[in-house]
Ligand binder design. Sequence first.
Ligand SMILES: [Zn+2]
Ligand SMILES: [Zn+2]
Length: 589
Amino acid sequence: MCNNCNPRFMAFMRAYGGRRDTLRRIGAGMLFTGLPGLSGAGALAQAAPATPAAAAAGPADTIFLARRFHTMAARRQQAQALAVRDGRIAAVGSRTEVMGLKGSGTQVIDLGDLTVLPGFVDPHMHSNFCGLRPWLDVGPFTTRDMEQARRKIAQAAGAARAGEWVQAKMLDPSLMPGKPLTRRDLDAIAPQVPVFVLESNGHVAYVNSKAIELAQVTKDTPDPPQARFGRDADGELNGRLDEPPAFQPFVSVLPKPSHSEFVGFLRADLDDAAARGCTALHDCGIGGLYAEGDIALIEAAMKTDPGVRYAGMLVSTHMKKWREMGLRPGELAPRFTLNGIKAWSDGSNQGGTGYQRQPYLGGSNRGALNYKPEEIEQVVREAHGEGWQLGIHANGDAAIDVTLDAFERGTRGAGGHQLRHRIEHCSILHDEQIARMKKLGISPSFLIGHVHFWGRAFRDRLLGPARADRLDPCHSALKGGLRISLHSDYNVTPIDPLRCVQNAVLRDMREGGGVLNPAERITPMQALRAVTIDAAWQCHLDHLCGSLEPGKAADLVVLEKDPLTVAPDAIQSIKIHSTWLDGRRRHAA
Ligand SMILES: [Zn+2]
Ligand SMILES: [Zn+2]
């Protein structure tokens, strides 16, 4: 699930980030440079042209040689050499063809037996949670079980200096075997150091006695509205906090990052993405935390010249503000484009809030819509009418129905062909919905980690096998003529396109083994397209990246092994040799 669609959690993040006005000032000079006042619509309209100029003639700056280039282009899918001039691809082809561009100053880089692909594109991630970056990760992607989480916390408490907190994140007792955390446990491993542990869903946290003392909460403190301090039978606090309003007294005494620290955290997230082979990221919730402050933070981080380009969607809830600011689809700053509006139709399937046609197992709950259908339709009508792409989060099959209705009516049947409207996650998807998407020109971006990490929970505990089989049906979507992409929804799962590829190829379930509907597995080539050219297309970046073709940016990932020839279960462990943006090396193993 996106924590962006959990308003209370976002309130927690805002409180943790401190004063909104100061956050807004991060990079504010950059945000408003070139915008005459807040209504300078013209300034953005004059941004750099969307289509790259053809590379000028003359010798190449760099020529790469390698045994295999998988170009992901429609023509010439294999090559052995690639020439770069002024950061753009000047030629791709055989050694003989490309070496014709070698001049006296050309650097030739022989990559030997390595494999080169277009830099990966993560088409759906979030910058909003970069503030949690320095927190200790005790979540299921890095931590085996609850016992190991306890050990990590104990170790951090042992290393903490006087006055420091242990702040831990991503705990997920639903995926991690072992006993739940209690105040007593935490007191035993951290008697002196205050501890705050956040679950990955953003709804639950745990604290120890030292934290309770600093927050000045006692057994006599009443529960905040719509939230609870967990209590033992005798009323004493047990250290569990349910819902973000109960986190508030603790958040107000937690150390808060400074502006420059925030920029550093986001920059470090971008560096991590480059280390996983990404050269482009697409943020599906800009503005969800600090409205225009989010844009300013991204601009400030992009000004530090990271190894990835950045694009994204603005949250629909601030439409009026975006209009006042004169924001339009297009380039906002070098390597940073805005192209869409993001809305959330429902919640999370694993959280029981995704909106389903039939109830979840064992009850009458069908989840819920976040908006009335006519309100979603209105969001579509406005954004579509103003030329924005739309990305609508829809997890349950009934939410997908409502979203498709909204696209059909809100665009007066025009659909998404020009603007490439998307459904985000599009998790429980039936064949007749795929046919409607095809007709309307709407494409899905799948959070494929759902299958691997939560597949068993969906099948056995939440939806039953028939509906779980329809989770992220990549094969059916491709068969139905849709272009698909695979995303991390970072920080829901780590940014790691090769892991996404492996998950789509295998559909193996981490919990208990087994395969979730083998008929929906796709080939490594199909999955690679979903993290390169088709992802770039969905992000309106395909004129610039996503395939290795003359005129496009020289955005490359160099892999130690070829994902098309290794065993499928070895794809995610292929080492990233290096990542190149605009022909410059930006990450090296
Ligand atoms: Zn998301
Ligand atoms: Zn989402």
